[in-house]
Design a protein around this ligand. Structure first.
Ligand code: PBG
Length: 346
């Protein structure tokens, strides 16, 4: 019988080992991929339930759970239902949720965003009472609350007035912290937003309220389904004067540096998958936790392809989230949080 190095056969007694042909003397990285066990041993990135944050949409009413058409498995829920969903998330081992409000009444400034009985405020209070151990993150922005759908107050010319919006952001931050938000996440991309919010929180003795800044938020087409869910598409124009140009990378580092300087405790890069280079650059340069938001369009694409049988959903869900983590995300906001958590062991 002839000796075959690739089968690892050992020569019998008295048999000579034939010399290896020169083309066997190559590097063999496949040695570390031969069995599931060795792959587990050398795996560099392990996604866990600790990495996942579930975004939720809160609406008025009770008993409401409406599926968002472009986001199968994602619902707009009334406060009572949100509480149930938070209980389920906690049972699945998901550490936290981020809340977006979809109020009935909108106006040019978005007053409902900071009124004490705003929809997210009520949800926060209820969650704190019923599911106290799940981390409560509140998104801070006005596009869901303004009748024009922009992320702040408008100037007469129709541009977003940066500094006037900061004043309202301070009110919103304090209202949400009062209602029990442990983390506030400003997503409006206003200059100076972190400094304003930090000062307002400190003045009202919310010194422990954490700021997760959407420091690096691109003006992205991937937010389409979210705008359906949150009813927040701009009535005119676009967000290009406040959200970042997808073509820019260095600017992300500048935005991140500014926000850390102003007191951001954690940073977000958004969207995730098309911007993994940015996640990596931000992570390498700064020493604060960095998270990434796998946004509505990223989720909708996978759902749609899976529905057509074009992709294996479980596989691409796991792959996408693992790769976002590998790129440097310390945690991930994802509409897949529950589905993924079900597959991950405690
Ligand atoms: C804005 C906000 C947006 C998202 C989160 N916060 C959308 C936007 O800028 O229009 C998008 C999230 C997603 O697409 O899943 N306040």
């Amino acid at each position: 019988m002839s000796y075959s190095p690739s089968k690892g056969m050992t020569p019998g007694p008295g048999e000579e080992l034939p010399p290896l042909p020169p083309d066997f003397l190559i590097e063999r990285p496949r040695r570390l991929r031969r069995t599931p066990a060795i792959r587990r041993l050398v795996r560099e990135t392990n996604l866990t339930r600790d990495d996942l944050i579930l975004p939720l949409f809160v609406v008025e009413g009770s008993g409401v759970r409406d599926e968002v058409k472009s986001m199968p498995g994602v619902y707009r829920e009334s406060v009572d239902r949100i509480v149930e969903t938070c209980m389920q998330a906690e049972q699945l081992g998901i550490p936290g949720v981020i809340l977006f409000g979809v109020p009935k009444k909108k106006d040019p400034e978005g007053h409902a965003a900071w009124s004490p009985d705003g929809i997210v405020q009520r949800a926060l209070e209820k969650i704190e009472r019923s599911v106290p151990n799940i981390l409560r993150i509140a998104d801070l922005c006005f596009c869901e609350y303004t009748d024009h759908g922009h992320c702040g107050v408008l100037t007469p010319e129709g541009d977003v007035d940066n500094d006037a919006t900061l004043e309202n952001l301070e009110l919103q931050a304090v209202a949400l912290a009062d209602a029990g938000a442990q983390i506030v996440a400003p997503s409006g991309m206003m200059d100076g937003m972190v400094a304003s919010i930090r000062a307002a929180l400190d003045e009202t003795h919310h010194v422990n309220t954490t700021i997760l800044s959407y420091a690096v938020k691109y003006s992205s087409g991937f937010y389409g389904p979210f705008r359906d869910a949150a009813d927040s598409a701009p009535a005119f124009g676009d967000r290009n004067t406040y959200q970042m140009d997808p073509a820019n990378g260095r600017e992300a580092l500048k935005e991140a540096a500014i926000d850390i300087d102003q007191g951001a405790d954690m940073l977000m890069v958004k969207p995730a998958l098309p911007y993994l280079d940015i996640v990596r650059r931000v992570k390498d340069k700064f020493d604060v936790p960095v998270c990434a938001y796998q946004v509505s369009g990223e989720y909708a694409m996978l759902k749609a392809a899976a529905k057509n049988g074009w992709l294996d959903e479980e596989r691409v869900m796991r792959e996408s989230l693992t790769c976002i983590k590998r790129a440097g995300a310390d945690f991930i906001l994802t509409y897949y949080a529950r589905e993924m958590a079900k597959l991950l062991k405690a």
